[in-house]
Design a protein around this ligand. Sequence first.
Ligand code: HEC
Ligand code: HEC
Length: 213
Amino acid sequence: MKPGGTLAALVLGAAVWAGALAAAAGVAAERPGDPARGGAVFEEKRCARCHLPRGRGPGMGPALEAIRQPQGVLQLAGRLWNHAPVMFATFEKEGLRWPEVAQEQMADLMTYLQADPSRDPAPDLFQGQVLLIRKGCLKCHRLRGEGGLVGIELTKYHRGYQSPVAWATTIWNHSPRMAGHSARMGLLYPRFSGDEMVNLVGFLNSAAAASTQ
Ligand code: HEC
Ligand code: HEC
């Protein structure tokens, strides 16, 4: 299947997308998330410590009901990206290690938080290209050789853009390190709102596909 097919499938929805993904990237089909296991991950990774149900709070973060609501997976990934600096600071102060999350655990966690890839809208690739510059990614990364030398060449990360759950996992595990680099370089850590992450990942996926043809 051509990379363009992967993008088209994104519009069609999750089930078709998962199939197209496996075919396009040669990856094993992803195991569907399980909400009960996701609830256990939410406890185990200490999310529940700061995100308490309404009526049991206030917790340090927004109430559980505020983060557990019907949403897209990439939309939620954008929220997780925003989250890094505040959580990083708290964990560092308490001497705790960043809770790494494996991809299967992320799939479960996403299901528990009612995030579903079929709820992500189709990406606006032009907006995505604008965002890559506006969010400062190219201060550290290169795209087709242009940009900074701190992070990876972004077209090399093709597989990571093809699965929303894989992307959410990447964001979660790497954002504290990116936050650390931003602070050392005196850069403002960029925040994402609305569908910005959807558009950015859509653009990165198409740029990576174009450069591997
Ligand atoms: C140390 C406390 C703490 C822990 C642990 C924590 N969070 Fe948070 N979380 C926060 C705070 C504070 C915010 C608000 C941050 C902001 O907007 O800058 C937040 C915001 C969020 C948001 C974004 C809400 C929105 O709509 O913008 C999501 C989603 C979220 N957390 C999920 C999680 C998940 C999933 C975990 C566990 C893997 C977790 N959090 C662990 C404190 C925490
Ligand atoms: C301040 C520098 C900095 C900025 C800004 C930055 N990154 Fe990174 N990024 C890094 C570094 C350093 C790594 C390698 C981190 C590691 O593996 O520890 C990285 C890793 C990555 C990876 C690879 C993750 C993996 O699993 O190998 C991706 C994808 C990525 N960044 C995307 C982005 C995007 C998209 C943006 C803009 C929204 C961005 N980065 C902004 C420094 C940055």
